[in-house]
Design a protein around this ligand. Structure first.
Ligand SMILES: Cc1cc2nc3c(=O)[nH]c(=O)nc-3n(C[C@H](O)[C@H](O)[C@H](O)COP(=O)(O)O)c2cc1C
Length: 211
């Protein structure tokens, strides 16, 4: 089997982490760098990743995540957040770093900038929020896959009260809201789920070739 399928079969949604085993700084940096490389619509990256290590804070957050032990027992808790709103100055900042990446003058991107302003700024609040949330899930895919490749365990989690997380982490004032969680670390030997086979729809059912 290919290396990539080996890694993806190895990955599973961990229910119980080994609370004593920590992910190295170097691996965390690799994982975050992979998230940084995720594509996003127009390249805006309307998101932020919080790396929560503080044990007291994680215990508090756990009480708003149906007491799921992974929140406090993983090596660290990643909170994937999306912008509430994309503003003119966010678009300007993105144009600046996009131009800088290729040694361009920002004037070369003025048509693109104008297009972004007319396409994005008039969006309804809810539409914009939903659009930003979609970009977060693409990053989640990069995160899960990179962890699997490094044989670092993870679990994507939507079972939490995002308004409470936003309040505790002070996200609204930072133009952010929490979208999905991803504790990462190492599986406990006691986690029986690691021995289950993958339950998935067949490829024939999932895929249709149209020629
Ligand atoms: C977006 C998302 C949210 C999830 N939320 C939770 C959660 O809150 N708690 C949990 O135990 N599992 C959660 N899961 C894990 C899924 O139940 C799990 O990925 C699925 O059953 C497939 O199993 P596998 O990942 O082990 O292959 C979530 C998965 C995804 C993709």
């Amino acid at each position: 089997m290919s290396e990539i399928l080996d890694a993806l079969n190895w990955r599973y949604a961990v229910k119980k982490f080994n609370a004593d085993k920590k992910v190295s700084k170097e691996d965390i940096e690799t994982i975050l760098s992979a998230v940084r490389l995720a594509p996003s619509s127009y390249g805006i990256q309307p998101l932020k990743i919080l790396v929560v290590e503080n044990p007291e804070l994680r215990n508090e957050l756990r009480s708003f995540a149906y007491d799921q032990s992974q929140i406090s027992d993983a090596s660290c808790l990643l909170v994937l957040c999306a912008y509430n709103e994309i503003t003119e100055s966010i678009i300007e900042g993105m144009i600046q770093f996009t131009a800088a990446a290729n040694g361009q003058d920002i004037s070369e991107l003025s048509e693109f900038q104008k297009h972004l302003m007319t396409a994005i700024l008039p969006m309804e609040k809810m539409e914009m929020k939903k659009w930003n949330d979609h970009q977060v899930y693409i990053s989640l895919g990069h995160l899960l896959q990179t962890c699997a490749h490094l044989r670092i365990d993870s679990i994507p989690m939507e079972g939490f009260k995002s308004e409470e997380f936003d309040r505790i982490l002070g996200l609204t004032e930072k133009n952010l809201h929490s979208v999905v969680l991803c504790p990462i670390g190492y599986r406990s030997e006691e986690d029986a789920r690691q021995h289950s086979n993958k339950a998935r729809r067949s490829l024939e059912d999932l895929v249709e070739f149209i020629s």
